[in-house]
Design a protein around this ligand. Sequence first.
Ligand code: 5GP
Length: 183
Amino acid sequence: MKGKLIVLSGPGGVGKSTISKELRKDDRFLVSVSYTTRKARENEFEGSDYHFINEREFDELIAKNAFLEYAEFAGSKYGTPRNSVESALKSGKHVLLEIEITGARQVRERFPSAILVFLMPPSWAELKARISARGTDHPERIAARLELAQSEMAAAVEFDHTLINHRVDEVVNGLVALATAVE
Ligand code: 5GP
């Protein structure tokens, strides 16, 4: 494999998807597009944010061993397509997977050379504010998301690197530096 496999993980609400959107503009990188059984949100598009599929299709992909990793999160399933990631790495591209923590653990086992990056909020107060600001969520849903975020934060120690999300461009530069560093 010529390219580097980078996993970007961190608590829900920390801003991972903003970072991966920004990194999509860099053609040294492939930002993997996951499959999910979740319904598309209003501002999301098939094939660029996710491949939106149903449970049966998801199970078929599991049976075909088409996922490099997959996990369930908040009642929906998410999986990383194996083929596009492997062929990008072979062609010398760096690949970014923006995934939750149990998926990151699976990648670590299957690709020991993967670089695992944990994205931290500048503070717990800031993460709380971001999660609470999602106008569409009910108070119980916000409480559940905060509880989940707290347990996700505890996984940071398992990661190779931690980046603090002060500014999008700083995080993007940090990821580029990790991918392009000479060993
Ligand atoms: P959302 O539904 O908000 O887009 O994503 C929910 C969580 O699923 C986020 O933490 C996101 O990083 C994660 N996720 C997205 N795609 C994948 C994937 O392919 N595999 C895993 N394990 N998690 C994913």
